[in-house]
Ligand binder design. Sequence first.
Ligand code: SAH
Length: 375
Amino acid sequence: MGADIESGRALPLVFEAPRKGKPPKHWADLEPADRKEAVVAAGLPGYRAAQLSKHWFERLSHDPDEWTDLPADLRAAVAEQFFPLLLNTVSEKTTDNGDTIKTLWKLHDGALVESVLMQYPGRTTMCVSSQAGCGMACPFCATGQGGLQRNMSTAEIVAQVADGMRRMRADGAGRVGNVVFMGMGEPLANYKAVVGAVRSMITPNPDGLGMSARGITVSTVGLVPAMHKLAEEQLPVTLALSLHAPDDELRDELVPINNRWKVDEAVDAAWEYARKTRRRVSIEYILIKDMNDQAFRADLLADVLLRRGDWGWVHVNLIPLNPTPGSKWDASRPEVQREFVRRLEARGVPVTVRDTRGQEIDGACGQLAATGTQG
Ligand code: SAH
């Protein structure tokens, strides 16, 4: 019966035609509950929805020719209708003995974004972009220098993760257990698409990618209202706050959004997130030579955090500054970094120092510029 209605037909358009600037709508943009309706509207039997989800999310097969439970003459029409190609590979760079791979993607409208796949012993992390460019203008960050081009769609974000997962599976190299929103963009400035993407990642197979929310980290400059909203979503993702300075005077310069929401408001929102979700918050702190790495700032940082309680709500992640082109700033000296760590530890603040994976391919934190001309 199915084959009868299906075979050889051009499908009626279910998704509106893509508009300028807007990425084409994709299967992964639909709520699982709406997918059946969409295939029925296209004149297909409802059971096709489960088959398609199984291919895309569970088997990570994005080549319609492999969808052999679909009549051959239907595959192209289904792919065109529901699975437009969102990410076109422009280039790929590898470092750390092949364990770090940075991919430059061109989106449908020519916008460029990057993602980075990082394999560690026993764990693999995918660093994804949520916007083409970024409007937050942090002076030490390469992405921040070019401004915001546009928000990415839910499916454009999910597709980056699906690609990393497919690649790992093809290599028999284990699975992607962690996703960090630390690529290009400010995830909480693209709230709806980001939360949609997170839901899609944690929805079990076949309707989603089947990841654990605990493996997902959303990193923000401190968009306070959105942090409060995220705490209400019942998504046990980890929140990272890019603090970088414990005092407003310096943070106003390093993280310009601080002129809108101050250190105290941002840290309060982070604390509130930890209290509500019972997830330990991560405070990101780049160490920049002679800017924010003084011993008194380590003490002040401990004060700012411990003032809100010492019940293990927070963890400090120090990031050695990655050099970006044209920047006047350097990473802190090793002994200065050690002293910063020591002072936090002495106060009982849990602290780790981030590795600088991907530095040689401009794939480390804050180095993503996606100019497409860097080789
Ligand atoms: N907009 C979000 C997420 C993207 S950046 C945010 O700011 O949190 C991810 C992390 O990389 C942030 O903590 C950011 O401050 C840091 N980062 C940016 N530029 C960097 C650089 N040049 N060296 C080291 N870390 C950097």
